[in-house]
Structure formats: C-alpha cells, structure tokens
Ligand binder design. Structure first.
Ligand code: SF4
Length: 350
C-alpha cells in the first residue's frame, strides 16, 4: 500500500537493527500503522500475550493478518497483536498455525507443535474465500508488501494469481496441485511481493500497467497501456482488468465475473468501524484521493459483491442494492454524490 508505509518501514529496517519509528501515520484505531512500537530485534514475548503455547514477539508490524485468520486467538492490544486466548481445539490450533505461517515478520511463535497439525495448516492454504467458488487467499504474506494479501483464482482457462505472496516451496506445491498459475496480475507497483520467483516457478507472464512499472518490475512480460478495460492475453472473457486510478496513477482492479469478485488491491476495502462498509486509505495515497473516489464510483458499472483487497479486510455485500448503498455512503462521507448513476446500477438495483 502505500508507498509511505512500506517505504518508511524498509528505510528504518535497513538503517537500524532496532526499529523506532516515530512518525507513525494513521491512527491508533487503524491497524498497520503503529511502527513506532516495533522493535525489530526483540524476539521476546510481548507481555500482553496470555500464557501458553502460542505467543507474539515485539517485531509485530500490526498488519492484521493473524487477527483476520484466527480472531479467536489473536487480537490487537496496544497497537500490536497478542494472543488473547490460547486455541483450545485442533481447528483453532490449525488456524493459529496458518496465521504463524502467514505472518510477514515471523513474529508469531509456538513452543510445541504437532507435525500433523502443521501439515494440516500448510495443506489448507490457499484458503477458500467465503461466498466464492473459485477464489482463494494465499496467506504466506511478505514483509516486502507489509503483509499484503494475494489471491489465486482457479478456472478452466488457467489459474490467475492476483498480486504475489512471499515465495515458499510448500505454497508453490499446493498451488501446483490446484493447477498451477497461467497469469500473474499485479494490481499496482507497491504490492508485488516475490513476483519474479513466482513468475519463474510457474513460467507465468506477469501483467502490470506500464505506468506502474518501476525498476523492480522492468521485466514484467505484459505491460498494459491506455485506459482499458482489458481482457487477459488469451482473450478469456470471465476476467476484466479495470483501470482504477487514485491510490496510484495506474492502479488496476481485477473483476472475476463468475464469483462477482473484485480484487481491489489498495483501491477499496472494508472500513474499520461498523458504519463504514467500504473504505479507501486516504493517509496512504500516492496519486489522488478525489480520483480514487471517482474510480470507486465508476466501479458501479460492474456486478461485484465480494471486495478482496491487498490491504484491509474483505467486504461481502448482499446484492446490487447493498453495493450501491455502500458506495453511496462512502462518497457521502467524503462530501461527494453519485453524480450520474451508471445504467448497470439502475437496472441491477431496480
Ligand atoms: S501477522 Fe504478524 S505482523 Fe501481522 S499483526 Fe499478526 S503478529 Fe503482527
């Protein structure tokens, strides 16, 4: 996300073995932004953990991954994660192990683990996205993306990876068992993770807008130009790549029609309070917040119900009317109106 966030973090890590970031952005209520508390080398248990097998150390960067994956075990205490309750059954331990494997900073520890349960945790990822048939979240998040999520869409025409997780051979084997990867779509320049290793492993062309290319992504095989929308290079029509400028100048969302799923990168996610169903990161914006809000409005031309972001939590909407209301509420909070209701919305919500 979020040029400022990862760039700030990386700069601090490279300069100092102990991380003391004082220019914390965002607010204490918004996860991921409490870097002033991170102590890069302090692998001791945080005192906020309840005693027991699982624990979190002081290097947690508050990315929210573990709390999303195993909320019954992990919670946010004093702007970092901690174990608030030890898992009491096998399912809970497996979920906690999946969070451990997915932690981008290896901040979660377990004193004793069963190899059977560890294998079960590994075999369960990528995790199915609730409400969809073919969408899976990868886990195995990368510190390079400050714990951004990535996804795999399984489809007869060839699977698609959306943004790239931390490279791991166990995950690669699992994805191979699911049919491998035909294309890797990178939504924007920030959250590309270990894209090169994944592209090489699966011999999969990477797709990124030309205006998002930076030195690390010069070798990307397919560079989108213009304003789209675009189809995948094989011409399959179930996936549409949509230009959504705002977070960055040429950010792209991927819309997968069969599951009504919008892979939104850093464009759109769930809010952090109950009255904010949809949310855009305004503190971490590298192009234009007004343009980002316009891009959100323009997405109403598509029939999405599941918003699957790189950062922030996913959103699952009931129907087209719910979608319209959620977008309208977001725009109104920002003092904007739906100036012109796209035709697709009118018909879908009537
Ligand atoms: S996954 Fe790791 S870095 Fe992220 S909130 Fe949990 S403990 Fe912290």
């Amino acid at each position: 996300m979020l040029a400022q966030r990862p760039h700030l973090l990386k700069a601090q890590i490279s300069r100092s073995r102990t991380l003391h970031i004082t220019a914390a952005a965002g607010s204490a209520s918004t996860p991921g932004w409490a870097y002033h508390r991170v102590q890069k080398d302090n692998r001791n248990a945080r005192p906020e953990n309840v005693a027991g097998n699982f624990w979190v150390d002081h290097t947690c960067i508050d990315c929210d991954t573990c709390r999303t994956m195993a909320p019954e075990t992990f919670s946010r205490i004093d702007e970092q994660s901690a174990v608030h309750q030890q898992p009491s059954d096998r399912k809970g331990r497996v979920r906690a192990l999946q969070a451990l494997l997915s932690c981008p900073t290896f901040s979660i520890h377990v004193n004793e683990k069963s190899s059977k349960e560890l294998k079960e945790a590994q075999a369960g990822m990528p995790l199915p996205v609730p409400g969809t048939a073919n969408c899976f979240s990868c886990g195995w998040r990368s510190e390079k993306t400050v714990g951004g999520e990535s996804f795999v869409i399984t489809r007869p025409q060839g699977n698609v990876m959306v943004d790239a997780p931390r490279y791991n051979p166990i995950l690669a084997k699992r994805i191979q068992e699911m049919g491998g990867i035909k294309y890797i779509v990178l939504t924007h320049k920030d959250d590309v993770g270990d894209h090169e290793r994944w592209a090489k492993h699966f011999n999969a062309p990477r797709i990124l807008h030309a205006d998002e290319v930076v030195p690390d992504t010069q070798a990307v095989e397919v560079k989108l130009t213009g304003e789209g929308p675009w189809q995948l290079p094989d011409g399959s029509d179930d996936i549409t790549l949509i230009l959504t400028p705002g977070h960055t100048a040429a950010h792209v969302c991927l819309y997968y029609a069969p599951d009504k799923a919008l892979f939104s990168g850093d464009h759109l996610c769930a809010g952090y309070t109950p009255d904010e169903e949809l949310y855009v990161f305004k503190d971490f914006n590298w192009y234009s917040v007004p343009r980002q809000l316009e891009s959100v409005r323009d997405l109403l031309q598509y029939d999405w119900l599941h918003v699957l972001p790189g950062h922030g939590r996913p959103v699952h909407l009931r129907d087209a009317l719910h979608r319209l209301q959620a977008v309208n509420a977001l725009l109104q909070r920002e003092g904007l109106q739906l100036e012109q209701q796209p035709a697709a919305v009118s018909s879908a919500s009537s």
